[in-house]
Design a protein around this ligand. Structure first.
Ligand code: FES
Ligand code: FE2
Length: 338
């Protein structure tokens, strides 16, 4: 597939890294993934993951339906074999003495990498580094570990999902049954520090802490203070450090949305924090985060489905409480325009 087949937005998104699979999903069989309107086949050659446009140069069969054998990726249609660098090394129908055409080469993305338990792919040379998904060093606590949440495919605009992650004013409404039970409070204009195609915003608010054991024991009120440090990294990654000012401790959430095409995306999330090295605590933290995310998905389905994401600031109405989401629009617009 050539560039002409990308929409403009997708062409811009192709110039960034995106997670396309969990590392553990790419093993002995090729895997089909979709990114920015294009299909890719991922295959693990020895240790390293390689990616190829998911179309055999012969009759365009999906290579992800083929198999890995003898260190090659073999197309299921006529058995052509391709090496890790995309070169065709065998065409069975030509026999041993046939010469392999020069153009029998798989198209490869600009870069593929594995980090933080994810396979990342940049279709075109990336304009920003791989997103940073690790919490800042120096956060204390014992048994710190990272838990990947279940990957969720959502029929929604990727930017609308990310906008929702960065949004604070929805918490008392969409999350009234979980963290938002403290009710609405005025949101002061956030201080936002921009660095290139990313920004950081810090704010404090009250929330309902349903996971604090001292709340269950009646020792601490459920409505507590927490500091939220958002970091956005264009185009579609955000992290959130939660510091619990009353209960102590912290959690670090990551949220990356991979656009499959105009209609669907995949959400990769993780939670890191003290205590999560314990499988039981990890399981209950993952379940709790997913129950909060389910409230956002319900909002997507019932109120936001089918919406486009406008980069024109005049298309929506903003207030001073929306400082972070306005900055998100600004940086995203800068990232996807040349
Ligand atoms: S289509 Fe792949 S070998 Fe013919
Ligand atoms: Fe939410």
């Amino acid at each position: 597939m050539g560039l002409a087949e990308f929409t403009n937005a997708h062409r811009a998104l192709a110039e960034f890294w995106h997670p396309v699979a969990l590392s553990c999903e790419v093993g002995g069989e090729p895997v089909a993934v979709r990114l920015a309107g294009q299909g890719w086949a991922l295959a693990r050659f020895g240790g390293a993951v390689a990616g190829f446009a998911d179309a055999c140069p012969h009759r365009r069969a999906r290579l992800s339906a083929g198999q890995l054998s003898d260190g090659t990726l073999q197309c299921m249609y006529h058995g052509w074999r391709f090496a890790a660098d995309g070169r065709c090394v065998q065409i069975p129908a030509l026999g041993g003495d046939g010469s392999i055409p020069e153009r029998a080469q798989l198209r490869r993305p600009a870069q593929v990498a594995e980090r933080d338990g994810l396979v990342w792919l940049a279709p075109m040379p990336p304009r920003a580094p791989l997103p940073e998904l690790a919490p800042a060093a120096g956060l204390g606590g014992a048994d710190i570990a990272t838990v990947m949440l279940p990957v969720t495919r959502v029929e929604a605009n990727a930017a609308i999902l990310l906008d929702n992650f960065l949004d604070e004013a929805h918490l008392p409404f969409v999350h009234a049954a979980t963290i938002g039970g403290a009710g609405p409070e005025p949101i002061p204009r956030a201080d936002v520090a921009r660095q290139g195609l990313s920004f950081t915003a810090v704010r404090e608010h009250t929330f309902t802490n349903l996971t604090d054991p001292a709340v269950r024991d009646g020792v601490r009120p459920a409505v507590q203070r927490r500091r939220m440090t958002y970091r956005y990294q264009a185009p579609l990654t955000a992290t959130l450090l939660l510091e619990f000012l009353d209960a102590g401790g912290w959690q670090f959430l990551t949220f990356t949305v991979t656009p499959e095409d105009e209609r669907a995306c995949r959400v990769y999330q993780s939670v890191t924090g003290p205590g999560l090295a314990d499988p039981e605590q990890a399981d209950s933290a993952a379940k709790y985060e997913m129950s909060i995310f389910e409230e956002d998905l319900d909002l997507q389905r019932r109120a936001l489905s089918g919406l486009e994401f406008p980069l024109d600031p005049a298309a929506e109405l903003h207030t001073r409480a929306d400082r972070v989401s306005v900055e998100f629009r600004r940086v995203l617009a800068a990232a996807v325009s040349d």
